[in-house]
Write a protein that binds this ligand. Structure first.
Ligand SMILES: [Zn+2]
Length: 132
């Protein structure tokens, strides 16, 4: 991938991280505001579930933030576009769609297949367990 294109992606990632940070700050300050006025026990349940959703979103956002940050670091180290698993170059096309991919298509497929296999094994194990 050309350097100019990489720098373009880097700028987009920096912007994205800024966005995520701002939204995380907003969530935290909103949650702090909520702390003070929890009088009604019926409202409390609703507030709790809203908080739960917000926390779940925040977790996802935090994971995304880490991904974005790591991708920027990879660009700075000249590792951007190199597969973590086999060391081959990841196709430009794939990087344009998913700049945060760390695996080439082949390794990604392999990972997904083995993940599915593992899940199936776990399910089967659970089923035999039920039978005694
Ligand atoms: Zn690979």
């Amino acid at each position: 991938m050309r350097q100019r294109r990489i720098q373009f992606i880097r700028r987009a990632l920096v912007r994205k991280m800024e966005e995520l940070r701002l939204s995380a700050d907003n969530t935290i300050s909103r949650m702090k505001d909520d702390e003070g006025n929890c009088a009604d026990p019926f409202d409390q349940a609703a507030t709790d579930s809203i908080k739960f959703v917000e926390l779940a979103c925040r977790d996802r956002e935090r994971e995304l933030m880490i991904d974005v940050k790591e991708t920027i670091m990879r660009i700075d180290r000249g590792l951007f576009g190199v597969c973590d698993h086999c060391g081959r170059m990841i196709h430009d096309e794939r990087l344009s769609i998913e700049p945060m991919s760390r695996l080439c298509t082949e390794c990604q497929d392999e990972k997904e297949i083995s993940h599915k296999r593992k899940n199936r094994r776990l399910t089967m194990k659970g089923m035999t367990h039920q039978h005694g």
